[in-house]
Design a protein. Sequence first.
Length: 533
Amino acid sequence: MKQSNIHIKTLRQSPFEGKMQTQHLMFRAGMLKKNGIGDYTLMPYGYALYKIIENKLTSLLSHSAFQEVSTLNYDAKELLTQLRSDIVSYKDLPLYIQSNGLKRRHNYSVKLGLIKSKSTPIKGFQLISHSDIDFQEKKSALWRELFEFGQELNISFEKSLLISSNTETSKEGYWVPSEYGDEVFYQCDTCDYCSDQHNASWMIGKVLATTDETPEEIHTPNIKTIADLERFMSINAKTLLKTLLVQVPLHGKLKTVAIVLSGNRELNIKKVARFFSVLPHEINLVNDLDVLNAAGTTVGFAGPIGLKNVIILADEEVTKGQAMVTGANRVDYHLKNVVYGRDYKAHHVGNFSYILSGDICCKCGGNITAREGYVVVELTSYKKVLSENMDIKYKDNQMKEQRPIVELGSIDMYRLLTTYLDHNKDDDGFVLKKDASVFDVHVLVPNIRKEEQMQLAKQLSKKLEIKEFKVLIDDRKGSTGSKFKDSDLLGIPVRITTGKLAGDGIVELKYRNSKERLELSVEEALTEVKKSV
């Protein structure tokens, strides 16, 4: 294929607003164009590479008995609704489905580009089974196959817990460490525990000093923040109680909820939402003075002692008997010597805050380290919860009604493409793998006016194509240097140049992942390419 006949428009400067070098290179290589704020179009070269990766993934899932269906938008539960009528007997199971669709984001990020674009293509897959043993075997095999798929693309996936609720529902994912990610993951330095910032748990450390003294009111004028209180009382935020009031829709009414945390923790709305089985955006901080008055408190000085008409949730960390300082529910006053169980009690105790670096692993007691990154693969296990909620049932071999086990998965294809390119690049451009490249060989003609160079390029290309290699001939006008730069940018595995020695039938062969240049005859070049591609 002649480069002059296809649409690859390389750029010297990238228009990308973010800092991720990979996406700057994608713009410069003509793979990508901005379509609008947070929205992008894959251009022919980028889309062709995308299709290679998508087809590999489709083939992998098909080999594992996942049958492909066609959908326009990614909605796993809607697809499950459509499949429901096909599941009548245990003979209809297991059922493994894959699909391609489009997912739209409301919380997109211009700075992260394809990592968090306004919309992204999704490869969805569904596992529906009647046997827990078969289900677990299939799930384990799928995780292994996806990990190996990543390795083929030179990607090292990390596995993380994403949701572990008090029901049977749980979510895991493969994520990629990156300073340009949209999540923080907490990994144990000793064992395999890993979770994202919204769902991570930790082991409660040693109890701080307790006391027999009763609560004592302290005048704290002009104290507005935790930091102010730390300085004023010469104490650590760990010894402070932070009481936050929110309103939650429960049973059709707004209920006031007070969440009591350690002063060094931040409230995790997602955990609170999961506890009450509501959506995070349905929970709002209380600012209404009437609501605060009804609860018996005021802004900036809330504490759990003496609250009225509220549901109190307490982080487990503050319930171990330590003496703490808290708001006295009136302006400019705090209480010290406050002990859980003696001075106040919660209606529910749990984990309602965010983990911190330096916390202790809940699994083995090791140290926890924070790392930035983004999720590429998600897999949600619903067990029988989803089939019960959606009224999916079948008859077993004894004609008894049963509920199937359901697992829904998704792969963010823009993130997968970006990750592949991010892990196969250098400062000059991409270094594509030989089995994941649009072209196998880039034949470069330095001077298209010289007939011997063009003729040798055509001769070589024809022989390569007969041997079923994908060839791109750079037959454009322009300097040799600019063509070399474009070739490096595109990342095609092998470059063959028909230069000054073309009249003698000699070409220069260079691998994209090496600086070595070999002067070879056409036949020697064909043999070399056959060995390497």
